[in-house]
Design a protein around this ligand. Sequence first.
Ligand code: LLP
Length: 435
Amino acid sequence: MSDIRSSYTEQQNFFGGHSPGALIRRFGSPLYVYNEKILRLRAAEMRDLVCLPSFKACFSAKANANPHLLRIIRSEGLLVDSMSPGELLAVQSSGFTKEEIIYVCNNVSGEELIRAEKGSRVVSVDSLAQLERFGCCVRPGAQRGARVMVRINPGIGAGHHQKVVTAGKETKFGINPEDFTTVLEICKKYSLELAGVNQHVGSLFMQADAFLQAAERLLDLVENTGYAGGLEIIDFGGGFGIPYHKYEREERLDLADLGEKFTGLLRNWSRKNNYPGIFIIEPGRYVSAESGLLLGTVQAVKNNGAVRFACTDVGFNILPRPMLYDAFHDVEIYREADGPGETPEAGRTPMAQTIAGNICESGDILARGRVLPEIRVKDILGFMDTGAYCYAMSSAYNQRVRPAEILIEADGAVKLIRRRETEEDLLRLVPCHTY
Ligand code: LLP
């Protein structure tokens, strides 16, 4: 194998001694590959962000809900947050107990709230209307109503794209801090116990200022209402970013600095307020993104006008982030064999190339105008940092099946953790079909 651009994964021993070509021959292309050691490392970093026994990291299962990966994350001591019945089932089947599950939802039915309350330690609702619904539906008429958490909109947002900023006046999320008195009134009306408050400023910050500022605001709010002694959970959400520009050596989020400032803030506040509960963060991307890599195969190369296209079997149905958010995933190139009579150095001239998928839309572009060594037919490409919000957001658009997911275990063994979909799977839900 002659690897054209692969120093990052080589340095990490990402494939545990297996070659991308051999993995594709065995499991098919495209293929999601996860690395257990990296997943454990990132999970542990979040778990240890704050040095206080009252601090817990809670993996946000929306980033990746593969039960095998969830099981590993649980074994690192993280809790989990889920936001739908499907995620609840995935986390339960990975061994998370009721006490370890936080349910953070928005705009759901009464039936879902009932199910969520049964399956989790606490449910967070994100509007006064949903709090009313929770009161009406969950254990109505009980002498002592259920415990509930409310999501506050701290008015400060952060994130890599407008679509993932989840706080501030223009987003759909959370309850205005000014409505906190009404929250208490609704809780009283239905005998609900207000067990916690939560917030989430948005996804992917590389500087921690907005996160820390919003955390301080949430703590101020709780302090000003005089409610600190009555809460069990204060949850600051996720959003911790990862460096996607690996080959440009983008700097990592400074966790040491963030951890120190955050620890100081939480320690002082809990002493001052005699806070008996726990503090939570809900990282998704930080824990799982870097442990995942998506392999695909180049099926054609061509020039359309001035643009050179490398055309792959990776459509936006299985890697939606570039299409949705213009997101950047770095790309590695693996080549099984050099051309006849070529030296390994030949055919590596960097040039601007656009990497496309196999979906019938012109927006099906995974990387635009990237200066990379010349990509050829049959090359295998590795889309890096695809362990969060990639398989989780995939679809069967164009009736293309979703790929398999495999895990490179800590000892280098390979494990199939989700089989590749089949065409029959796509028709499974259709009654009375013949095929
Ligand atoms: N907690 C709540 C309530 C959330 O809504 C989210 C993410 C998280 C925690 C975890 O955020 P993280 O630590 O992963 O940034 N699909 C987008 C990201 C959407 C995030 C949605 N909420 C992407 O691919 O960038």
